[in-house]
Design a protein around this ligand. Structure first.
Ligand code: 13P
Length: 249
């Protein structure tokens, strides 16, 4: 049985006081939830204060990106060790917004994934096709490439620590969700490809999250699919009420 993960990607939203208000509310509304991982991913600036605020709560901390080098002259970057040190357990890697606006490639996804694993962080590696790729019937080909290259050369042990998020780019922030059947089709494909890469046992344990306009009113039908093990939530994770409802789908 795979333990579900509901993760909130706050993107570039929330000041320190707003971050604290959100997690204080989530702590109250989610305190009785123990059968799933609840992860909040604030901006870097808020990680330290949120880490303090969620100590001894059910909430876990994630970051939205990291650099692959251990340390060095890399102005503006943050290392895996720094994230682990501040209290992160998870880190989002290869989000489509980073691929689209900040030059992220499958190769840099691979470097970041290895760095995260080496520091004991759980990488949430994002894959997903654009609208034009879907319309050209290239969704599976794109996702297969992102997986093969982004997750290249992991040990079997490392492969068991990975989380994958399927985020169709056309469903992010658009209000258009993939239907549960559309999402499940891709999730099943991801599990099959992961099995070919890292074996049936790693694939059976792999947690695959869906992301793209997940809301309180569509989460249940998505989570009812056999290969959907959680959600990576953007907009709806910024409101405590909505996120708590999604957590309790
Ligand atoms: P939305 O939930 O706002 O569509 O964002 C999804 C996402 O990008 C999560 O990483």
């Amino acid at each position: 049985m795979r333990r579900p993960i509901i993760a909130g990607n706050w993107k570039m939203y929330k000041t320190l006081s707003e971050s604290l208000e959100l997690v204080e509310n989530l702590k109250l509304s989610c305190s009785s939830v123990s059968d799933r991982d609840i992860v909040v991913c604030p901006p870097f600036m808020a990680l330290a204060v949120v880490a303090q605020a969620i100590k001894k709560s059910v909430l876990k901390l994630g970051a939205q990106n990291l650099h692959w080098e251990k340390e060095g002259a890399f102005t503006g970057e943050v290392s895996a060790k720094m994230l682990a040190d501040v209290g992160c357990a998870f880190v989002i890697i290869g989000h489509s917004e980073r691929r689209q606006y900040f030059g992220e490639t499958d190769d840099t996804v691979n470097k970041r994934t290895k760095a995260a694993l080496a520091a004991g962080l759980t990488p949430i590696v994002c894959v997903g096709e654009t609208l034009s790729e879907r319309e050209a019937n290239r969704a599976f080909e794109v996702i297969e490439r992102q997986m093969k290259n982004g997750l290249a050369n992991l040990s079997v042990e490392e492969s068991q620590k990975i989380v994958i998020a399927y985020e169709p780019v056309w469903a992010i922030g658009t209000g258009k969700t993939a239907s549960p059947e559309q999402a499940e089709e891709v999730h099943r494909f991801i599990r099959e490809k992961f099995s070919a890469l890292y074996g049936a046992s790693a694939a059976a344990g792999l947690r695959i999250l869906y992301g793209g306009s997940v809301k309180p009113d569509n989460v249940k039908s998505l989570m009812a699919q056999g290969d959907i093990d959680g959600a990576l939530v953007g907009g709806a994770s910024l409101k405590a009420d909505d996120f708590a409802k999604i957590v309790k789908y």
